[in-house]
Structures are given as structure tokens and as C-alpha cells.
Design a protein around this ligand. Structure first.
Ligand code: TRP
Length: 351
């Protein structure tokens, strides 16, 4: 039976990149009825590995992320939504997994390498940050999860988890499950570029559309988007590749959007062809993109506003989710300790 687990660091509100990269997929999996066991974790402890001096940022974003989740359609009745720090078993598992991983292996993890550079840690890397891939292996294995819906930047974490699982199962006993990453179906969605054309939407770059943005914010952001810098006049031929307006259309546009918002064209291929041969202005394309995004985000925003009326209820759901998650993690920890033979007072005791 499949077990799905995934999560996000609560360091800010979720944006369109999260939505196409993973949130939408999770909601589809939840609603397909094919996956009865889904865990979604708010990874506050992982967020603290590079935010020890800004606990409030992480604290305050727990409910923001939970609101984003539920507004997109994650339903706590079907999906166990929980807070990482409330599951102490994860620390215990990490502690034992640490013995199965070398420093040089951690140093080779490309995502961590990249993040260390981005954060400018140089020689001052917090140990907790450096070792977070191990703690992520604990997150995944504690629930015996086999399917991990993530963006492609998380592939090195899943690979490292698989290695830990294999080492553990070989050294001790087959108790851990090897996970597989589930990437977004549409490869264009793996990484939505920023509004400014940067490779990634990221809150530190200030190039995001947030799920909670007002209709007016979205409109202004779309109008300000980077396009093809060589497309100076409407009549100039334009490039649709590496043009974020078209990348977003690739991710969001369906044929029926043309009937509704831009009936002069049948589909995206026709629109692209016109842009490429010249005679189609950026304003028209942006206006179309704006209609599509408004259409997609309006129900999410409205639901979010409604849910935000009762944050107490959101925390009640998170508490329940965390209690349920803890039961599962605690069973796994029990199995792990038994496999290692460190359950001294259990059945296989030292007597
Ligand atoms: N590292 C993930 C991120 O930055 C968050 C995360 C923590 C996670 N634990 C996880 C994702 C376990 C998948 C599975 O987005």
C-alpha cells in the first residue's frame, strides 16, 4: 500500500511555484481516492536549521502555510497535516541515521551545496543545516513513505534517503522503506521561473506571485513581468522560449481559456506562432495570462480568507494531525530500535 509524504519549510507564504511544482499534484493525489495514506509536514525544525535567529518568522508562517494548504484543497480529513517539531521521534531517528552517513557524502549533496552558497555561509555552516538531509531521511522513513511528491531540487534528498535506508536494512534488519520521488507531470512545472525571468520563483528574490495575493497585486505583477528583451515593437518577431510569460502559459493555459478570454486564437501554438512572427504585443499576452491566473487563484484566495477567520480551528487540525503522525513515527522508532538491538528492556532484552 502506497504511503505518501511531503512537506514544506514554513519560511514564507506559498507561491505559484509551490502550487504548480507540488501543491496541485498533492491535492489531485488526495482526491483521486487511490492513496488513502498521505502525510504533509510543515517542516519547522528544518526551517530552523538556517533561521535559529529568527524563530518568529518560522512560528508565524506555520499557520500561513497551513492556510495555503487547505485553501488549495488539502483536506485534514483525508490528509494528515502535521508540524515536524511536534514529533520528537524524528530527532531520535536522525541521531541513529547520522552514523550511516559520512561527512564527505553530505558535502557532495548538490542541493545543500547550492543552498550553502546562496546563503553565503562559507566556513560558518550550522551543523544542523549541514545535516538536514539526514533529518529529512528521518521525516520520510518514520512514516514508511514510498512516494514523495517534490520538485526536482529535492531529488538529492530522496537519493540520500534511499542510501540510508539501504545501509540500515543491510546492517540491521529490513524495516525501512526505500522512497521514490514523484515529480510534477509537466516538466515545465518543475521549476516555474520568477516574474523577473530568474530561474526560480523565490521569496528572497522578490519575484513571486503568492497564493494569498489580491486580484490587483496579481494584475500588477503580471504587467511588470519580464518578457523577450528583443521584442521592442509589436511588429518585431518575438521569442517564446525563456520568456516567462509563455512559460507560465505553458504551465497554466488550457484550450478552453482561449474561448473564454482570447477567442481570436484556438490554442497556445497559434498564439506562440503569432508572437514569433511578429505583430502580437506583450500587453495582449500578459492580459490573457492575467485572466488565466485570476481564474485559477480566485477560488483559492477566497477559501483562504474564509479559513483565516478561524486560525484556532487551523491549529486544532494541526494538533490532531501531529498526534496521529506521532503514533506512526513512534511505531517506526520502536521497530528501528528493535532492529538495532537497542531495545534493552523489550522482548530481546539482555537477560
Ligand atoms: N526540504 C523540503 C523543502 O525545502 C522540505 C521537507 C522537509 C521535505 N522534510 C521533507 C520534503 C520530507 C519532502 C519530504 O521544501
Amino acid at each position: 500500500m502506497d504511503v505518501i509524504l511531503t512537506g514544506d519549510r514554513p519560511t514564507g507564504r506559498l507561491h505559484l511555484g509551490h502550487y504548480v511544482g507540488s501543491l496541485k499534484r498533492r491535492v489531485e493525489m488526495q482526491n483521486s481516492g487511490k492513496y488513502p495514506t498521505i502525510f504533509v509536514m510543515i517542516a519547522d525544525a528544518q526551517a530552523l536549521t538556517d533561521n535559529a535567529d529568527d524563530i518568529n518568522k518560522v512560528r508565524n508562517n506555520i499557520s500561513e502555510v497551513a492556510l495555503d494548504y487547505m485553501a488549495c484543497g488539502l483536506d485534514p480529513k483525508k490528509t494528515t497535516i502535521f508540524i515536524q517539531s511536534q514529533i520528537p521521534e524524528l530527532c531520535e531517528l536522525s541521531f541513529y541515521y547520522m552514523n550511516l552517513v559520512t561527512v564527505s557524502r553530505l558535502q557532495r549533496n548538490p542541493t545543500v551545496k547550492n543552498e550553502i552558497q546562496l546563503r553565503g555561509f562559507k566556513q560558518s555552516i550550522p551543523v544542523g543545516f549541514f545535516t538536514y538531509p539526514i533529518s529529512q531521511a528521518a521525516d520520510i522513513t518514520a512514516f514508511k513513505a514510498n512516494l514523495i511528491p517534490v520538485g526536482e531540487d529535492q531529488l538529492p534528498m530522496i537519493e540520500q534517503t534511499r542510501e540510508i535506508v539501504r545501509s540500515f536494512n543491510t546492517l540491521y534488519k529490513e524495516v525501512l522503506v526505500e522512497p521514490t520521488a514523484v515529480l510534477p507531470e509537466n516538466s515545465l512545472c518543475s521549476r516555474l521561473p520568477g516574474l523577473d525571468g530568474a530561474a526560480k520563483m523565490s521569496k528572497s528574490l522578490g519575484n513571486c506571485i503568492y497564493l494569498a495575493d489580491s486580484a490587483n497585486d496579481i494584475k500588477k505583477k503580471v504587467q511588470s513581468m519580464f518578457t523577450d528583451p528583443t521584442h521592442l515593437h509589436v511588429e518585431d518577431p518575438g521569442h517564446t522560449e525563456n520568456n516567462p510569460v509563455f512559460t507560465y502559459l505553458d504551465a497554466f493555459c488550457k484550450d478552453e481559456h482561449f474561448q473564454a478570454f482570447l477567442p481570436a486564437y484556438q490554442n497556445l501554438d497559434e498564439l506562440k506562432a503569432h508572437y514569433q512572427r511578429g505583430g502580437l504585443g506583450d500587453g495582449t499576452v500578459k492580459k490573457f495570462l492575467n485572466e488565466i491566473l485570476q481564474n485559477e487563484l480566485k477560488p483559492i484566495r477566497e477559501r483562504r480568507e474564509e479559513l483565516a477567520q478561524d486560525v484556532g480551528e487551523i491549529f486544532a487540525q494541526l494538533k490532531k494531525g501531529s498526534e496521529n503522525a506521532r503514533e506512526v513515527a513512534s511505531q517506526t522508532l520502536h521497530d528501528v530500535k528493535a532492529a538495532m538491538g537497542i531495545d534493552y528492556f523489550g522482548k530481546s532484552s539482555l537477560l
